[in-house]
Design a protein around this ligand. Sequence first.
Ligand code: ADP
Ligand code: CA
Ligand code: CA
Length: 421
Amino acid sequence: MARVLLLLPTTTYRTPDFLAAAGKLGVNVTVASEEPSTLEGLNPEGLLTLDFQDPEGSARRAVEFARGHPIDAVVGVDEDTTVAATVIAEALGLPHNPVGAAYGARHKPTMRRLLSEAAVPSPAFRVFDRGEDPGRAAKAVSYPCVLKPTFLAASRGVLRADNREEFVAAWRRIERILDDPEVVARGSLRMPPGARRSSEPSREILVEDFIAGDEVALEGLLTQADLEVLALFDKPDPLEGPVFEETIYVTPSRLPPETREAIAQVASRGALALGLRDGPVHAELRVNESGPWVIEIAARSIGGLCSRALRFGTGMSLEELILRHALRVGMPSPQRERRAAGVMMIPIPRSGILQEVRGLEKARAVAGIEDVTISIHAGQRLVPLPEGSRYLGFIFSRAGTPERAEAALREAHASLEFVVD
Ligand code: ADP
Ligand code: CA
Ligand code: CA
């Protein structure tokens, strides 16, 4: 029986979906996580403690482990495990992305540089050190622009500035985020030789031209550098800033076929420019009169619980598809179901302690709604962007058309009431 090593960061939402997919495929699973599990002693071949920030150390441990329990595939879940998964797969002789490509997809300035060298449309950018004078930096860039940390996800710390004053304020706000001990820890990825970076990510502030346009998200799978598009999502709520809170994703895209084709081509060129060759990619692009622009390409699948919006063939989940791909289990070309599907990442209404969510029954009863999941418990703190990093919850819909899938999400959301103290 095949064995898959699943790298699950403590913050992931996706543990149950990946475990369910592995169960359905009937493969052995070893879960690698950062914190020693109290169960480790009981089930030594099912659990492995790894420090994902130390990819080479992780690879040594995995190789040692694999002597007793051979590993057939390594799957990294979410942004924080992509580099470690790649280095481990390389050490085990399994199909993998080049380590430098995985790092490029993880570190925004490296990604921008690689895209620009390959002439893939992507915003003009500059990297500053936080020690520099923001007043001077503000004079060196053009407006509107977007400031961001170089290694975070879920739009954390991403801020638009329309003038020098806003630039300096955004810079200060990002500095405070970069001082958060949890953020410092995430920024301290130890890179193997050959993929080493020049600067310290937790000191960097990336500034990019603001690209206007409609935003889409492309979910894809790479096989020998060939990109297969699994789904293209429209993001019908305008993302204009100053913060960029994600809300609704709807697939199939309502953009004209030639625009969708152009998006797939630019995403594919982007993946190639980064050097990605194998496994899932999640790309975000903006489309305007000059065509598609790459906002980013990550070497992982869609985040949060959003993958639940996708179903392939006869009821395959995205997680099953990813595991099959990693295990090289034959599968027909994955076709997403014919129906439209949507997911809403529920916006955080304001900061405070969540007391209660009302109207769940009503929201779940809206035609086309499949599920409403709240992922922050009563009594926990809600932190809006740009500081926040957790999703309040998810609403899922399915309908005959993307319009109806979107309308169902909006109606369900309108039925919810968030009591925040
Ligand atoms: P993260 O890795 O946190 O998701 P991104 O770089 O993808 O950060 O930025 C988050 C969102 O901010 C994007 O989805 C987009 O809506 C907006 N954004 C980021 N950079 C730009 C840009 N240069 N121009 C326009 N919008 C941007
Ligand atoms: Ca990202
Ligand atoms: Ca993003």
